[in-house]
Ligand binder design. Sequence first.
Ligand code: C2E
Ligand code: MG
Ligand code: MG
Length: 747
Amino acid sequence: MTQGESETLRSIADAVPAALWSSDRHGRRSFVGGGWRGLVGGDASGPADRRWLDAVHPDDRGEAERRFLAAVARGAPLTQTYRMRRNDGGVLWVQETMRPRSDDAGRLVGFAGAIVDVGDLRAGADALRERAHASARLDAFRRSVLGLVDEVLEANDVAVAHRRVLERAIEVIPGAEAGAILVRDDEGDGYRFDAAVGYDLEHLGTIRIPVSATAFGHGFEGRTPRIVKASQMRPELPPGTERILRAYGRLDEIRVALVVPIFVDGRETAHLTLDAFASDEAFGEESVEMARVFAGHVAALLQRRSLESELRRTAYEDALTGLPNRAWFRERLDRTLHAIDGYRTRAALVFVDLDNLKPVNDSLGHWAGDRVLREVADRLRACARPSDVMARMGGDEFTVLLEGPSVGREARALAERILHAFNDPIRIDEHEASVTASIGIALHPSDGVDAEELVRHADIAMYHAKLGGKNDFAFFTPAMQAAPLERLMLEQALREALDRNEFVLEYQPRVDLRDGRVVAVEALVRWDHPRRGRIPPGAFVPLAESTALVHPLGRRILQLAVAQASEWRDRGLGRVRVAVNLSTRQVQHRELVDEVREVLASARLPASALEFEVLESAAMNDVSGGVANLWALKRLGARVALDDFGTGYSSLAYLRDLPIDALKIDRSFVARLHGPGGSDADLAIVRAIGSLGRELGLRVVAEGIEHHVQLRRARDAGCGEAQGFLLGRPVPASEIEPILRSGAIAV
Ligand code: C2E
Ligand code: MG
Ligand code: MG
């Protein structure tokens, strides 16, 4: 190179915006021209190698030097990109290109190189690369979302679908490493984990996070997603919840969370939460936008779930009482029985049927009946344990399924609780309905191996409880199976007995305890069966009462009693009153008063010749018009007595408002006034009723007097009248006439 040539070269080297250098074979460099100064600032003097290395960015220094030395060692060309630090503190990207130089014989003599500022180019390349990445991510994202639609539609279980959404979200959303879907619980003031990825859902599923402890509890409102850094997380959690969240939710490792609120039907219902552990800058705008799309999926799923549960509810729930319905119960019963194997009793079916809903419906309308049913459902719920399965089977029938090793005992206890729960009448505005229940119980597998048999047998047992006088429970026994048929036959036989006039009345005297005067005779019905002889009322009256036969039978009894009383009057056998028992359904019957008036008129007998005996429950049951009927009977001139007093649900306050003349103390109290079973308490009860009667101006009658002791005690307790085998058994009319003639019985 001539002097002129080298001058020319130097001026070129000064002019280009690059640091040019040349080196010997070992790579010892020297800079050519002033390009270096232009690149990094400062001067170009001093050992060039040192200056070069010092100027390379510390992060890239090792790598840049290693590559340079390797190229020198191999005598090979090299192009590399690294960062340099300018003297003014700035950083620039440079590209260094170097080539070996050889002599004419081809021997390596050194290298020549150029370091060029590529800052602008580099930035552009980065942006390009980033754009390429972003579009790949968006592609993956789009594919993922499209795939999700199918998967989610296929998933039967919303929780499973939620997990899929979450997995996909974490897969494609930049920065997301774990996440969860939190759904507001039924109470509405807390959240539960519905799905979790990267965490242990089994543990998280056990906790409930109060709204106040979520991002939303910290003044985060509205629909916008929020990025919450670890430093901003202020969980104020119940201690147990916090422990689990730290352990299984890795609360301490989370650097940043992306929280997207999810709205269903305008209500904030859930959160999608994505977490990053690597950096608290993990989420950018793009992540937020993607998360919104996934949150939309969750919203759609939740909407579907609420729709499904609504549909399920309407298909399986009794709309009136909110209890499960018959269809649901049958399914549940089937499943339960299938799951039980072995011969031990592990399930019991308790069948509950209301005894007197019909009169409520008839007199106050179905609206009142519905009210009663709702109240009944509430009382039943209160009787059952939370684990018991309960349903309304339709009409006035309810069932409870008990499971466990001692269901026999539990079923009995439940039945007793239920009967007790119906002691109090049901209020319907100003009315009160006294509703009782008849209960049948069947055990699995002894009484029925499958659902159908079990239900049928519980039903039969329930019928037995009803036939036995209602307000009672019965366990199924195989002997009962004959009953429904027998019942039908009996009903038919009763009809025929009415046609054939097989019912007769016997009369039992009731006396005044002061002087033994016969104040009344009670008419007691019997069935004179052509083959089976005289059948007592207990064997057929309850059946008649459970059918429409109660009305023709009641009318017949009334006719017989009125005819007898009128005949006795005509024959001058004293002006004795005849007491006629009315069944509850008669008392509540709309036509009762007209019927009584009519029967009396046709026999030309004044109503004052009659006393009606009604059960407490009939009188208390204002709902069905019973009380109005009693008032009407009283206005006619008849008397009214409360029969079997003390066995019903006496609400004493009612007595004041009832049109009654007498209380007939139930035989069970009187019976215990005598003998070993008697107690001071029984005496106290009789005495209390006695003084109650006096206070209210009612006559008090002691029923079932069989012994002198009872007679004396009843009198001491304040009873004014008495009736019982000691004073006279129920006998046919002809046999009571001598007593009527004498008018008194020694007391
Ligand atoms: P009730 O009205 O309380 O009748 C009294 C029952 O006690 C009668 O039984 C009578 O025979 C019985 N009795 C009377 N004194 C004694 C005694 O000292 N000791 C014992 N152990 N028993 C005594 P009965 O005739 O079998 O009637 C039973 C129930 O059947 C009656 O109870 C009544 O509720 C019903 N009943 C009877 N006749 C009629 C009727 O004509 N119409 C309606 N609806 N029910 C009737
Ligand atoms: Mg009676
Ligand atoms: Mg009685």
